[in-house]
Design a protein around this ligand. Structure first.
Ligand SMILES: [Zn+2]
Length: 84
């Protein structure tokens, strides 16, 4: 397995383009991923959780006021190959 493929499967860095395929079916699509630092994620982190959550921003949003998708689980997103 190539090093590039391994990174594609595993690591998501801030600013990466990702594909969301989680429980919110109407929000499926491409997003820019950033770590989520909302109140509930900060509290979970303070309680010792290592479950990293992501804040997803739609780079193609028609509505600039559209709220980002918060607290997405790692297993709900896949790093887009469009990054490579
Ligand atoms: Zn959060």
């Amino acid at each position: 397995m190539s090093d590039t493929l391994f990174r594609t499967l595993d690591l998501i860095e801030p600013g990466d383009l990702v594909l969301y395929h989680g429980s919110l079916r109407d929000r499926h699509g491409l997003y820019i991923a950033e770590p989520c630092f909302c109140v509930s994620c900060a509290r979970e982190g303070a309680l010792g959780s290592t479950d990293v959550r992501y804040r997803l921003t739609d780079p193609f949003a028609v509505d600039p006021e559209a709220p980002p998708l918060r607290c997405a689980r790692r297993e709900s997103i896949t790093r887009s190959v469009a990054n490579a």
